[in-house]
Design a binder for this molecule. Structure first.
Ligand SMILES: Cc1cc2nc3c(=O)[nH]c(=O)nc-3n(C[C@H](O)[C@H](O)[C@H](O)COP(=O)(O)OP(=O)(O)OC[C@H]3O[C@@H](n4cnc5c(N)ncnc54)[C@H](O)[C@@H]3O)c2cc1C
Length: 397
């Protein structure tokens, strides 16, 4: 494993750090992220932020230069995410467009599709959503039942998607639908671009336990998809979906830095006595738990570096990416549980108020990260992969 950054990588880091120092909006400079009256207001602010980043050449840095990226290396991409998180800069809003759709279109789209869709992604002019999961198809996505039937000039789609993040703000969606129901499960699926403003598309927000409504159900009733919105060949969508899914896994530098910052929050809270009570850190059990978290965050860092080294040497990621996902997501839930133990009764205040610590942010974070063991492949699925492909145990089904 190579544990150092080259002078060019350090120069890249310095350039980005200087840009962030000059351009990070004032609302995000106080340490605590700003509160917004609604999700729509937050999305609008994040679109402005992404536009500013794109104008500085800091969105989609891993895209090739000819499509507006910087052709950044995996290490530069890692450094980028590290610096963004360290500056507590908000994430870009068009993550699905930049991280999933762009690389998929670059690999599998036609020239016309690339010309049409790519330029609107980087400055967040058109937001994208991912219409993959269905009520009966999540971990086993090949079970999806949304049907695309041939029609003059294209297809007519009927079905239901669920957990579609930011669908209510999206202009376009990447859609998996079954085009050949007689073929074996993975063989009859096609990959489309769905116009979210087309007649027959209904988006219904789902309220999460954090109080936010990022998720949606999406109903597709006789939605027409023109022929030029097919990505790749008909019935070859599963292989293309795997390009998209591969970009969802891999390293998690942003999560690494988020949990380093969570550790800072935890240490600050554990050291502070409140209302005449001794500081939580005077409890040896709390101290042991925090020490364990410090060790685990360090393990996450080293695992990220190991993966980076493999990527840099152009070696395939392999099943160890399942280990990284499994480890950080379960570490996150353990750390958040300690944060809640340290907050005590104040942890009940999940919205800003006189008794809320960090305006309720840490409690909402605890609620949000319950999802970490589900998204991008649940813990059980990661364990199955590790059992079968690393330990060589018999297949579970
Ligand atoms: C924050 C978040 C954002 C998301 N955003 C999107 C999005 O934008 N677009 C989109 O398409 N989807 C999105 N998803 C959906 C996500 O991909 C699915 O939740 C995930 O694939 C799991 O599928 P499921 O929810 O249907 O659960 P299921 O697959 O039904 O699983 C339920 C439980 O059964 C277990 N299980 C399932 N199969 C097995 C097995 N073979 N062996 C052992 N245990 C098993 C699982 O581990 C889990 O505990 C999002 C999810 C989250 C949490």
């Amino acid at each position: 494993m190579d544990l150092s950054f080259s002078p060019a990588e350090e120069a890249f880091r310095a350039e980005l750090r200087a840009w962030l120092a000059a351009n990070l909006p004032p609302a995000w400079r106080g340490g605590e992220p700003p509160e917004f009256a609604s999700l729509a207001e937050e999305v609008a602010a994040l679109r402005d932020w992404q536009r500013a980043l794109a104008a500085g050449g800091w969105v989609g840095i891993h895209w090739p230069r000819e499509y507006g990226g910087r052709g950044a290396t995996v290490i530069e991409h890692y450094v980028f995410q590290e610096e963004m998180a360290a500056a507590r800069a908000p994430e870009i809003i068009n993550r699905i467009g930049v991280n999933l759709v762009g690389p998929t279109l670059i690999a599998h789209g036609t020239d016309e599709q690339r010309r049409r869709f790519l330029p609107q992604i980087l400055p967040a002019d058109a937001l994208w959503c991912q219409l993959f999961s269905e009520p009966g198809a999540g971990s086993d996505l090949t079970a999806l039942r949304t049907r695309a039937e041939p029609a003059p000039g294209g297809w007519v789609v009927n079905g239901q998607k669920v957990w579609t993040s930011y669908a209510q703000f999206a202009r376009w969606g990447i859609l998996l639908a079954r085009t050949d129901p007689s073929a074996p499960k993975a063989k009859g699926i096609s990959y489309f671009v769905c116009d979210m403003q087309a007649p027959g598309v209904t988006v219904r927000p789902l309220r999460q336990m954090t109080g936010s409504e990022e998720f949606n159900e999406v109903f597709l009733e006789d939605v027409f998809i023109p022929r030029d919105h097919l990505i790749g060949r008909e019935n070859a969508g599963w292989a293309i979906a795997n390009t998209t899914l591969a970009h969802e896994r891999g390293t998690s530098p942003r999560q690494l830095v988020i949990h380093r910052m969570l550790l800072q929050d935890l240490l600050r809270l554990a050291r502070a006595g409140r209302d005449g009570a001794p500081p939580p850190a005077s409890d040896p059990v709390v101290r042991q738990r925090i020490a364990q978290h410090v060790i685990e965050v360090e393990i996450t860092r080293l695992n990220n570096w190991r993966t980076l080294t493999r990527l840099q040497r152009r070696l395939p990621l392999g099943p160890e990416s399942s280990f990284i996902k499994l480890f950080w997501s379960e570490m996150s839930q353990r750390m958040h549980d300690t944060v809640m133990a340290v907050l005590g009764a104040r942890g009940l205040c999940w919205q800003p108020g006189p008794h809320a610590e960090t305006g309720g942010r840490l409690t909402r974070s605890w609620l949000y990260y319950r999802a970490a063991s589900l998204f991008a492949g649940s813990s059980e699925i990661q364990r199955n992969i590790l059992a079968e492909r690393v330990l060589g145990l018999p297949r579970s089904r």
